[in-house]
Ligand binder design. Structure first.
Ligand code: PEP
Ligand code: MG
Length: 867
């Protein structure tokens, strides 16, 4: 079968970005728009995929390559490999998805000793000819043969030292000719052979090397971090060389059509006179602001400004452009959608709507919801250069500095006098007061859904979890971080957005909530179908969530209401009681506390639905360890409550059925609070009582009876619903039977993931799961991004069966996935009614829900330009 693997830039091709790569499609489109672009052609991603499969260039490709080189020669009037007037080309990688700097590029192919001499004569510029030649030997050596770049750099530095000059530009043509000889010697030794003089040979080897660079480790890591498939391959662009290093009327630069940090309109970019592109990237010389070109290269500058405007209009997006000026003539080498900060993304999208360039729907599609996190938490100053002492999981975004403390009580104590960071092996609900007092949380163990991570995200506090490089000695009150021993009170900084930990204080910049943000979210609210609620356990969280636009609470975990100085001893009394009467006596004392908590939450969420989940964790979590027990009775009870697998043990609704008086107290507190708030404010909360960990219809039937009975006693006139979490596979499978007793389902995908995959959510991360992710057994952490084909299939089944049994049943999700954009998109396809996530994720969930609605309705989903 003969395939076509090559396309000239001006040749029609239907394959678009997937086939030509971002750079290739950009060069083709620019050529077709009449923008000045050097001539050239693209070798498709098909060829790369074939290369990966066959281990060499696919059959027919070399013949096609020869033919396209011939056409390029015709077009340029120069000959490839010619000694007198050589055609020189660059070979540039360009995948469908932008992977800046991850793969390789080689410039000036086609030079050899004779051609360099010819070029020197033809241009009358030996300096330029030999500078180009030495760059070829260097890049080719590095990319094709893996020669260490430092070998070339040090030879260049040595020559400059010998000549007593500082700048490359101060070396003469003769100097550079000598340097070429040195570089070729380095090549000969390190690459085990002569530098290839034959232009065709150079080109073929370069193409192979660029295809191979798709597989290099940094590209692999980048793809994993950015969720780019491994098998799509890169295209290769062979482009006629244009030279920015020909003298003062030449140069090279990068330009943005708007400011990529702020999104403001106006020219933004850098220019380097008499240089080739990689000089800008390598930072060897400091470029000038783009404006400097206005004086020195007036015509090219005017043409550049005009071209930038045209490109932005054409792509209807902020462009990032690479250009070269050769002897006063402008050439564009690349255009792509510009990478930008969250603030710039918002501002440019809003302004483009105002300018009539894009629609509101386009604007919604332009914003990466995950990036909005940047705007909701203080961040490490991006300009600071810092040494990372250790790295953990980026469990909750934002950055914080503070004196370290090793237990919750000390956090509270020291937190009164200044910022503290709570550093623990892992946290438990018992640490909550310390977490509240601390600016951030750092744990040695635990993953993205560990207690520390979930609670920190809920509070909007930075958290780095699973930082296994951190050593703790809690007895000595010391921690070892990056080889340094730290004592209580020593200051460190954590960046929960990256997982980085730094010793000492680091400059932070505050969150930037602005009008553009509100505007885009307003548009998103107009198009989304999914409701967005928040997971909130306190009136403060509830108020914050409302401020971020939450339309209710999808999960109020009640376990925290049993902790705190006044409550925990009473809870322990309840657990230690030997009979129901004893338990009831203790519970009666807990009721007023919980009622007042609920009143606060209902007031903050007046008129909106509030889902309250009854007690879920196993009782041992409320007791100290056996060694710390304060009485023999307590010790005996701790022993009796011990279970090998507490997460599969006496928890959730099982507790409610075993000790109905606990749930009864909670339901009573909820109903009373609802009634009181209704009487006080006239606004009835829409209370939804939720039972956790149900697997059998009979469990829910009994608990529903209990709920209704208590409710009828306490608040017969206040509306309420009774429902369940779907968080064990059996509940999903038997959703029809369970629906008979439920007004709503809320998918608890944290537990549903744990129970479906049989992955312990407390242990998997940091252990085998980390290895699975590193080794690509799994592409994504299923506790972070919903496992749509496994857990998701169970959800689909539950939706179908639940709705078949009860068509109007309300369906939501309250696991951590409810705030994750890809998982939200999946929930949209399932037709859930709402997603619920931590308050700080509410804005991004609003946006992600809108994007999901646009995607399912088939409305034009935005594809970024360029590569
Ligand atoms: C869940 O399991 O998804 C859930 C929301 O409950 P928790 O995380 O409290 O177990
Ligand atoms: Mg759960």
């Amino acid at each position: 079968m003969s395939s076509k693997y090559l396309y000239d830039f001006d040749e029609p091709c239907d394959g678009g970005r997937d086939l030509l790569g971002g750079k290739g499609v950009g060069l083709a489109e620019m050529t077709q728009l009449g923008v000045p672009v050097p001539a050239g052609f693209t070798i498709t991603t098909d060829a790369c995929r074939a290369f990966m499969q066959e281990g060499d260039l696919p059959h027919g490709l070399t013949a096609e390559l020869d033919e396209h080189v011939r056409r390029l020669e015709e077009r340029t009037g120069e000959r490839f490999g010619d000694a007198a007037d050589p055609l020189l080309v660059s070979v540039r990688s360009g995948a469908a998805v932008s992977m800046p700097g991850m793969m390789d590029t080689i410039l000036n192919l086609g030079l050899n000793d004779a051609a360099a001499e010819g070029l020197a004569t033809r241009t009358g510029n030996p300096r330029f000819a030999y500078d180009s030649y030495r760059r070829l030997v260097q890049m080719f050596g590095e990319v094709v043969d893996g020669v260490d770049g430092h070998r070339f750099e040090s030879a260049l530095s040595a020559l400059k030292r010998q000549r007593g000059v500082n700048q490359d530009m101060d070396l003469s043509g003769d100097d550079l000719r000598e340097l070429v000889a040195t570089f070729k010697e380095i090549y000969r030794t390190d690459a085990d052979g002569e530098f290839p003089a034959d232009a065709r040979d150079q080109l073929l080897r370069a193409v192979r090397a660029v295809f191979k660079s798709w597989e290099n480790p940094r590209a692999h890591v980048y793809r994993r971090a950015n969720d780019i498939p491994d098998d799509i391959g890169t295209a290769v662009n062979v482009v006629q060389m244009v030279f920015g290093n020909k003298g003062d009327t030449s140069g090279t630069g990068v330009a943005f059509t708007r400011n990529p940090s702020t999104g403001e309109q106006g020219l933004y970019g850098e220019f380097l006179a008499n240089a080739q592109g990689e000089d800008v990237v390598a930072g060897i010389r400091t470029p000038q602001p783009l404006e400097a070109m206005r004086e020195s290269l007036r015509d090219a500058f005017d043409q550049l400004v005009d071209t930038m405007r045209r490109l932005e209009e054409h792509y209807r997006d902020m462009q990032d452009i690479e250009f070269t000026v050769e002897d006063g003539r402008l050439y564009l080498l690349q255009t792509r959608s510009a990478k930008r900060t969250a603030a710039a993304a918002l501002k440019s999208a809003v302004s483009m709507v105002e300018e009539g360039l894009i629609s509101q729907q386009d604007a919604i599609g332009r914003i990466d919801p995950a990036q909005l996190d940047q705007l909701l938490h203080p961040m490490i100053d991006p300009d600071a250069s810092l040494e990372v002492a250790a790295k953990g999981l980026n469990a909750s975004p934002g950055a914080a500095s503070g004196g370290i403390v090793f237990d919750a009580d000390t956090a509270v104590e020291r937190g009164k006098n200044g910022p503290v960071l709570l550093v623990r092996w892992e946290t438990t609900p018992d640490d909550i007061h310390g977490m509240i007092a601390a600016q951030g949380i750092l744990t040695v163990h635990g993953g993205m859904t560990s207690h520390a991570a979930v609670v920190a995200r809920g509070m909007g506090k930075p958290c780095v979890a699973g930082c296994e490089q951190l050593e703790l000695d809690t007895d000595a009150h010391t921690a070892t971080l990056g080889g340094r021993t730290l004592r209580q009170g020593d200051v460190i900084t954590i960046d929960g957005g990256t997982g980085n930990v730094y010793v000492g204080e680091v400059p932070l910049v505050p969150p930037q909530l602005n009008e553009d943000f509100e505007t885009i979210l307003g548009w998103a609210d107009d198009v989304r179908r999914l409701g967005v609620r928040a997971n909130a356990d306190t009136p403060e969280d509830a108020a914050r969530a409302r401020g971020f636009g939450a339309q209710g609470i999808g999960l109020c975990r009640t376990e925290h209401m049993f902790f705190g100085d006044e409550r925990l001893p009473v809870m322990q009394e309840m657990i230690l009681a030997t009979d129901e009467q004893g338990r009831r006596a203790a519970l009666d004392r807990l009721l007023p506390f919980q009622q007042s908590d609920f009143e606060g939450i209902f007031e903050a969420m007046a008129g909106l639905p509030v889902t309250i989940r009854l007690l879920d964790p196993p009782l041992h979590e409320f007791l100290p360890t056996e060694e710390q027990a304060t009485s023999d009775r307590m010790r005996a009870r701790i022993r009796a409550l011990h279970e090998q697998n507490p997460m599969l043990g006496t928890r959730g609704c099982r507790l409610g059925l075993l000790y109905p008086e606990i749930y009864e107290m909670q339901i009573r507190a909820i109903a009373r609070a609802a009634r009181v708030v209704q009487e006080r404010t006239g606004g009835a909360p829409l209370v939804e009582v939720m039972h956790p960990l149900v697997g059998f219809a009979e469990e829910l039937r009994r608990l529903r009876d209990l709920t209704e009975a208590v409710w009828a006693e306490e608040a017969p006139d206040v509306a309420h619903l009774v429902g369940t979490m779907i968080e064990v596979p059996r509940a999903a499978v038997r959703a029809d039977e369970i629906a008979d007793h439920a007004d709503f389902f809320s998918f608890g995908t944290n537990d549903l993931t744990q129970t479906t995959l049989a992955f312990s959510r407390d242990d998997a991360e940091g252990k085998f799961l980390t290895r699975y992710l590193n080794d690509d057994v799994l592409r994504q952490n299923p506790f972070e991004v919903l496992d749509t084909t496994g857990v998701g299939d169970l959800m689909r089944l539950a939706v179908e069966r639940g709705r078949a049994a009860k068509p109007g049943i309300k369906l939501g999700i309250c696991g951590e996935h409810g705030g994750e954009p890809r998982s939200i998109a999946f929930c949209e396809t399932l037709g859930l009614d709402y997603v619920s996530c931590s308050p700080f994720r509410v804005p991004l969930a609003r946006l992600a829900a809108a994007q999901a609605a646009l995607a399912t309705s088939g409305a034009g989903v935005y594809v970024a330009a360029g590569g």
